[in-house]
Ligand binder design. Structure first.
Ligand SMILES: [Zn+2]
Length: 164
């Protein structure tokens, strides 16, 4: 199973004591799921929220991205046709329109897709199942992957050189 998790400490809404919350994303039975389970160290309060689907709440994603860093999915070989890529992307993202799938496919071809490890690994599984060669690597810390801090400098047109 592909999984990534993190423990977050917080404060209990019941007694104010310290809480430990396990949040994570995992790939189970062909679906991307996210889950969050917490407990209070002081009282018997506990909670658990769990859901399934391609859209993980942003606070869960950020909780995972902060300690682990983002991952990048890139093509590792020639893709003879865009069709299997589009099909795999639409399989992975429920309700992804053809236009959205096309946009993601060109992002993948250009510089790669970036997301949490589990999100990228799930896409990789779908793409490999359709014979599309891909790799997943850490997106941070690479000089090649870092965006350039400055763009091309604007070129001022030459001043007219005619004499009066
Ligand atoms: Zn408590």
């Amino acid at each position: 199973m592909i999984t990534q998790g993190v423990q977050i400490t917080g404060r209990c809404s019941g007694c104010g004591g310290p809480t430990i919350c396990d949040v994570g994303q995992f790939f189970h039975r062909g679906r991307l799921r996210w889950g969050s389970e917490g407990r209070c160290e002081n009282c018997s309060d506990g909670w658990c929220e769990e859901d399934i689907g391609p859209v993980t709440p942003e606070h869960i994603r950020q909780a995972l991205l902060q300690p682990h860093g983002p991952s990048r999915l890139r093509l590792s070989g020639e893709v003879p046709s865009p069709v299997p890529v589009l099909k795999a992307l639409r399989d992975a993202g429920d309700g992804l329109s053809l236009g959205e799938a096309r946009a993601r496919a060109s992002e993948l071809a250009a510089g790669g897709l970036v997301g949490t490890l589990v999100e990228m690994e799930v896409l990789a599984v779908r793409l490999r199942a359709r014979a599309v060669p891909v790799t997943v690597e850490p997106a941070g810390g690479s000089a090649v992957a870092a965006p350039t801090p400055h763009g091309p400098t604007a070129q001022a047109p030459d001043p007219p050189s005619y004499a009066p």
